[in-house]
Design a binder for this molecule. Structure first.
Ligand SMILES: *Cc1c(COP(=O)(O)O)cnc(C)c1O
Length: 359
């Protein structure tokens, strides 16, 4: 007898996160993980430090104050919200609760790399459907549904493409799926997409839609590890059964609550992101580098080919700038660049322009 892991687990390729270091440089500009260039809200940091007084106490198990704050800010029923250790944990609850060995989970060609990992972790088979020009293709998803399909993962806006499904297409997808197939609408980048509810109305109208959200992006709290999900009460009740009672610390919850209530900080980050995202895209396209309109806090720069993307990445690294290679997403000719503050955007454009020989 040998000790054997469960089916699927040995098929998992480890998640590769954005790099953060360049050998021999202290002035590194990290634009590889879609972090907020402005950090987090001062109120969130203060709440976190206050919570340090009570580290000997177990946290509350129902996350009531945080769910109330999220519910109030977004106009949602707090009884239909679940909080997790990043939205990644909520996605994990969903797979654990609803997907099993041999089931199929649909993801898309350039979809977020956590989705196949989460599917395989429960022994399921990730089924990847093509996109059209880096845009999610609703018909391809609907055409891939079989009687083994349990779940569809969709990040909207998408990572790493930054593209977004129009509301009507999103509705067509939800309406076209069998009622026994879950649609997980990952809204990690919702706040950068302008006037968009992140899929909340969709989760109100369809009993098989779950919206997930995170504190890691616009709130600048990637290190805190908090995300949440919103769905029909029946689904949230199921997910709560497998959630560890103490999955979130008081310090995490207090910081997240302060963050979600600080709307001025969010508004400022939204405005800065929109301004510099447009500027960055414009600068890239003027150099002849392809760049779709982005609805997130990054842009995807499309070079002539994989070699040119690799060479530009090397040129950026030599100047202490780290961006994200996207070969693992089927986009070897691209680099994903987080929208930083003004100085960061100017610095990255300066290096790329020198690389392209257009200055
Ligand atoms: C960053 C990101 C998340 C957020 O994950 P957390 O676990 O909440 O930090 C979720 N989905 C996508 C597509 C992302 O890019």
């Amino acid at each position: 007898m040998t000790i054997t892991p469960q089916p699927g687990i040995m098929d998992i390729a480890l998640y590769v996160s954005g790099e953060s270091r360049v050998e021999g440089r202290s002035d590194v500009l990290k634009l590889s993980s879609n972090e907020n260039p402005f950090g987090c809200s001062d109120a969130a940091r203060a709440a976190f430090l206050r919570a340090a007084q009570d580290l000997h106490r177990y946290p509350n198990t129902d996350h009531a104050a945080l769910r109330r704050a999220i519910g109030q800010v977004h106009g949602l029923d707090e009884g239909r919200i679940i909080c997790g250790v990043g939205s990644d944990e909520v996605l994990q609850f969903i797979c654990q609760a609803y997907v099993g060995v041999g089931d199929e989970v649909i993801t898309t060609e350039h979809g977020f790399s956590m989705y196949p990992i989460l599917a395989r972790a429960v022994g399921a088979v990730p089924v990847t459907v093509p996109e059209r020009e880096r845009r999610v293709d609703v018909d391809a998803i609907l055409g891939a549904v079989t009687d083994r399909t349990r779940l569809v993962f969709l990040a909207n806006p998408a990572n790493p493409t930054g593209t977004m499904l129009p509301e009507a297409e999103l509705r067509r997808l939800a309406a076209g799926l069998p009622s026994g197939v879950l649609l997980v609408h990952d809204g990690a980048y919702t706040e950068f997409a302008g006037d968009f509810d992140g899929g909340a109305a969709l989760a109100d109208d369809f009993a098989n839609v779950i919206m997930t959200r995170t504190f890691s992006k616009i709130y600048g709290l990637g290190g805190l590890r908090i995300g949440w999900g919103y769905a029909a009460r029946e689904i949230i009740d199921v997910l709560n059964r497998i959630r560890q009672p103490f999955n979130l610390s008081e310090a995490q919850m207090a910081a997240a609550e302060a963050a979600v209530r600080d709307r001025a900080f969010v508004a400022r980050c939204q405005a800065e992101n929109a301004k510099w995202r447009d500027w960055l895209r414009n600068a890239l396209t003027q150099m002849g580098i392809g760049c779709d309109e982005s609805y997130a806090n990054f842009v995807l720069a499309r070079f002539a080919d994989a070699d040119q993307a690799a060479a530009c990445d090397a040129a950026l690294k030599a100047e202490g700038i780290i961006v994200r290679r996207t070969g693992g997403y089927g986009l070897a000719e691209c680099l994903r660049i987080t929208v930083g503050d003004e100085a960061a955007c100017r610095r990255v454009v300066h290096v790329i322009a020198t690389f392209m020989g257009v200055r």
